[in-house]
Design a protein around this ligand. Structure first.
Ligand SMILES: [Zn+2]
Length: 292
């Protein structure tokens, strides 16, 4: 997190949290919840369903929950709605999520933050210069996984990507992804990398695209429990695809500002403003990305 604004300075979780629900067993993972007693009862009551829905979506994408066990702390925070989240390596592995007391319980199901943080668990920790890859995977896969799980409509995912991804383009004077640590390039530049990778992998014959690659990474032992070099991450992921697409894209984008022709990409995928076009050349590929 955090993909829609640049805040997130000093995430303080001073408020007491307590475990008051039974652990959730989802996709082979044990999720232990600790929910701040300062949150209203209706919000606390909605938290396990929110967490379970996100965990099922993420487990559905990866074939299992990314790690055997994680502790999830849900703290009260100032502001409005779901405020922020963060993954902590531990041990034990932890996710910290912060909600404002005014959070509407019924809206939690629709919220992306828990799924985003859980996707971080499926990727090894990386050096700060490669944070764009971590945040890009978390941002891209969170949306795709929730679309597959029926938590958001695929159309909404594509419209949002079309609206947000221009922020990931290099601006004048900026360098490649490894050289530019701005919020926009980290989150949306990383997401753009993932979308390009997903499309290119599928066009070259890897039927499962980025999902296939990331499942391979997880199967090779790559998760948030370990810290790996970015090359090892990319090589473990692409080994599952029989292609060098990820390393190739990385070589192209890491130290060189490479604008992506998004107009052409959206036309090929059939994302036309707020409409999806089924007569586009890659419409079937687009549908395959979000097919459950
Ligand atoms: Zn994140």
């Amino acid at each position: 997190m955090r993909r829609r604004s640049a805040l997130l300075a000093g995430l303080a979780l001073a408020a007491p949290v307590r475990a008051d629900t039974a652990p959730l067993e989802i996709g082979g993972g044990r999720l232990t919840l600790a929910v701040d007693s300062e949150l209203p009862g209706a919000v606390r009551a909605a938290v396990p369903g929110w967490i379970a829905g996100a965990a099922q979506a993420v487990a559905g994408y990866f074939g299992r929950f990314p790690v055997p066990a994680v502790e999830i702390e849900v703290a009260a925070a100032e502001g409005s709605g779901v405020r922020h989240g963060r993954a902590r390596p531990g041990p034990p592995l932890r996710l910290q999520l912060a909600l404002a007391p005014d959070t509407e319980p019924a809206r939690l199901r629709d919220d992306w933050v828990a799924a985003h943080e859980m996707v971080h668990l499926a990727v090894p920790r990386l050096a700060i210069a490669h944070n764009w890859l971590h945040e890009g995977i978390a941002t891209y896969v969170e949306g795709v996984a929730r679309a597959r799980a029926g938590l958001i409509a695929p159309r909404r995912l594509w419209i949002e990507l079309a609206q947000q991804l221009p922020q990931g383009q290099p601006r004048p004077g900026e360098g490649g992804l490894d050289d530019t640590v701005t919020w926009a390039r980290t989150y949306w530049g990383g997401t753009l990398f993932c979308l390009l990778a997903d499309v290119r992998l599928r066009e070259r014959g890897a039927a499962g695209g980025l999902q296939q690659a990331l499942q391979g990474l997880l199967a090779a032992g790559g998760s948030y429990a370990v810290a790996w070099d970015i090359r090892r991450v990319l090589e473990a992921a692409e080994a599952a695809t029989g292609q060098a697409t990820l390393s190739e894209l990385y070589a192209q984008m890491k130290n060189t500002p490479r604008p992506v022709d998004l107009d052409t990409l959206w036309a090929r995928l059939g994302v036309d403003g707020t409409r999806l076009r089924e007569d586009a050349p890659l419409a079937a590929l687009r549908r395959a990305i979000t097919a459950g």
